[in-house]
Ligand binder design. Structure first.
Ligand SMILES: [Zn+2]
Length: 155
């Protein structure tokens, strides 16, 4: 009795051996009660595993999962775009304000030079420009804050 086939028994039970090897294992099992007993255990285990019910996801669950994944993907893309847009708004707002301060400096210089000249509509346009810059920056800051808050709550 030479060359036990214990290392081949699991594969034999799974019917995963090539035909030549399977014949060799079968021949050995006919002569070796030890290996035959082990082979029987492997066969029972294999049968038991085959009898286990295979879980099949319902079509509804599959569709819901796919929809959820697609929705998350869309949300992530939208969040990236929103952050970029709000970042631009903030930079735009602060640039507007910075330019406004430069213009104010120029205007004050101009006022000093031509003190008696009436400014009329110029000062109104300048005021509107300044307020627009502040409002844009403030709105962007509020929006970004709210967005960050919502994302934090969702995460
Ligand atoms: Zn044997």
């Amino acid at each position: 009795m030479s060359g036990h086939v214990t290392d081949r028994l699991a594969l034999a039970a799974a019917e995963a051996l090539d035909p030549g090897e399977q014949r060799r294992v079968d021949a050995h099992l006919r002569e070796c009660p030890d290996c035959a007993a082990q082979a029987e255990q492997w066969r029972r285990l294999g049968d038991g595993l085959r009898d286990l019910p295979t879980p099949v996801p319902s079509p509804g669950l599959l569709a819901r999962t796919r929809a959820t994944i697609e929705r998350r993907q869309a949300e992530r893309e939208e969040q990236t775009w929103n952050r970029a847009a709000l970042g631009f708004l903030i930079v735009f707002g602060w640039t507007l304000t910075g330019v406004a301060w430069l213009l104010l400096e120029l205007l004050v210089g101009e006022l000093a030079l031509r003190f008696e000249r009436p400014l009329g509509p110029t000062i109104i346009w300048f005021g509107a420009y300044l307020v627009a810059g502040w409002v844009a920056a403030a709105a962007a800051t509020v929006l970004l804050g709210r967005r960050t808050h919502e994302e934090g709550r969702l995460a």
